[in-house]
Design a protein around this ligand. Structure first.
Ligand code: SF4
Length: 442
């Protein structure tokens, strides 16, 4: 059928690839082609590419000036991950010298032996020491502005933090057919922002009478936000999975507004701000005696004014969140232990509480103390706004601000601690959707 209608076939694709390969080689002085040996242990490679065979058997005899070196590099077997920790500094990592001949692989092995622990212990092969350059870069990030997301990123994987915020490795802009989780979240956030904006601007509370209009406007706003997001990501407009995501977003928004009609004390809803940019500065005492001005920044999805005049900062989540996750202090735990988990734990529950904690801190430093910080999970709408319990911060009589500053200072000192290197996370699950998996070989 393709041939009949003169459309490109598999053979045409092959021809185009072949043309590009040979065209790239033209006028080059040196080319390194790397491949895994056919049948190499643990791999599923087939035979050598026909291009390599053509090079050796066709191009070489025709070109007296061409030198072909066929080299083999050997690496040690894979290292088990769960073995005891031993850190190897990145700048000591072995370099593969592809100029060496195959029979020099024993030299390469001994080079590897120098940096690899014997007995196949864990080789944490990407550890960056906090030298002067690194500490300066970290200080710069802290002074310029650290968001709750950034802080969570550091605690979850300091190497990811380094790639993202210091080295600034960016993902190549690619055509994504489907919007993905973050795109979906952006769409829902934008729609809620647009729907609430008139109430925030006018200062009038949202009442039951206003809900039907919001529900009616939701599909149109979802379609608009979806189109914008699809354009930004070069995704396929309202097709396939994206169409389904649009339908789901509309349904979530509709169900959220319907729930306001039945939840006790949800209405009238007085909205003080939406997508408000927050900022705060704390002066952290470093061991050198210096007071480092650390800037905290972030965007609060919504700040509500409760009927008694107190404020509530709200964060929307399009994923499933349960109320118990937001209780960091477990049974039989002291407030001090819970506080320690607030600045150390790298679970998603701790991430959420930390985020709300920092929003509360920033609001209060700006003179608007929030009595409550809550998450609205659009996958758990019946739960309503779920408050993060932060009573452990003030349990020993300290003020919320003083205790928060104390804990933030500990966190900043940890980030700037030269003995705590930048390294990969031990939790492989965190690597699953990390854009740097390729670099980390995870
Ligand atoms: S792949 Fe894993 S170890 Fe590497 S940066 Fe990402 S989260 Fe960290």
């Amino acid at each position: 059928m393709l041939t009949e209608f003169r459309m490109p076939t598999y053979a045409d694709h092959e021809a185009a690839t072949s043309y590009q390969f040979w065209r790239l080689l033209q006028r080059t002085r040196r080319v390194d082609l790397v491949h895994v040996l056919p049948g190499a242990e643990g791999t599923r490679t087939g035979e050598r590419s026909r291009f390599l065979l053509q090079l050796a058997n066709d191009l070489l005899p025709q070109n007296p000036g061409m030198v072909l070196e066929d080299l083999t590099a050997v690496t040690s077997p894979p290292i088990p991950v769960a073995a005891p920790k031993q850190e190897v500094v990145a700048d000591k990592a072995p370099e593969f010298d592809f100029n060496s001949r195959a029979n020099q692989s024993s030299a390469l092995d001994s080079e590897l032996d120098e940096v690899m622990p014997s007995g196949h212990e864990l080789m944490n092969d990407l550890v960056l020491e906090k030298d002067h350059g690194m500490l300066d870069a970290l200080r710069e990030v802290l002074i310029k502005g650290l968001s709750p997301t950034g802080l969570n990123e550091y605690l979850n994987c300091s190497l990811k933090f380094y790639f993202n915020r210091i080295a600034r490795f960016r993902e190549a802009e690619e055509v994504e057919e489907a919007l993905g989780v973050d795109g979906f979240g952006t769409v829902v956030h934008e729609v809620l922002e647009e729907l609430f904006a008139p109430f925030q601007r006018s200062g009038k509370p949202l009442t039951a009478a206003g809900i039907p209009d919001l529900i009616k406007a939701a599909p149109g706003l979802v379609a608009k936000a979806l189109r914008k997001e699809e354009d930004d990501r070069h995704a396929r407009a309202d097709e396939g999975l994206n169409h389904v995501l649009g339908q789901v977003a509309t349904q979530l928004v509709r169900r959220y507004f319907e729930s306001l009609l039945t939840q006790p004390n949800a209405l009238p809803l007085q909205i003080q701000s939406i997508e408000e940019g927050l900022q705060a500065t704390i002066y952290v005492a470093l061991p050198s005696g210096e007071k480092l001005p650390v800037s905290l920044i972030g965007f609060a999805d919504r700040v509500d004014q409760l009927p008694d005049g107190r404020l509530r900062v709200v964060d929307y989540k399009t994923g499933l969140v349960h109320a118990h996750e937001l209780k960091l202090q477990k049974r039989n735990e002291t407030p001090a232990e819970a506080a320690e988990r607030l600045i150390r734990e790298d679970t998603s529950a701790a991430d959420k509480v930390r985020q709300l904690w920092l929003y509360r801190y920033m609001l209060e430093q700006g003179g608007r103390p929030a009595a409550d910080a809550a998450i609205i999970s659009l996958r758990n709408i019946p739960a309503g706004p779920m408050s993060a319990d932060m009573s452990f911060l003030t349990a020993d009589g300290q003020s919320f601000m003083a205790r928060s500053e104390e804990l933030l200072s500990q966190l900043v000192n940890r980030i700037l601690n030269p003995t705590e290197a930048i390294r990969k996370t031990d939790d492989l699950e965190k690597c699953q959707y990390c854009p740097y998996r390729g670099i980390c070989a995870r």
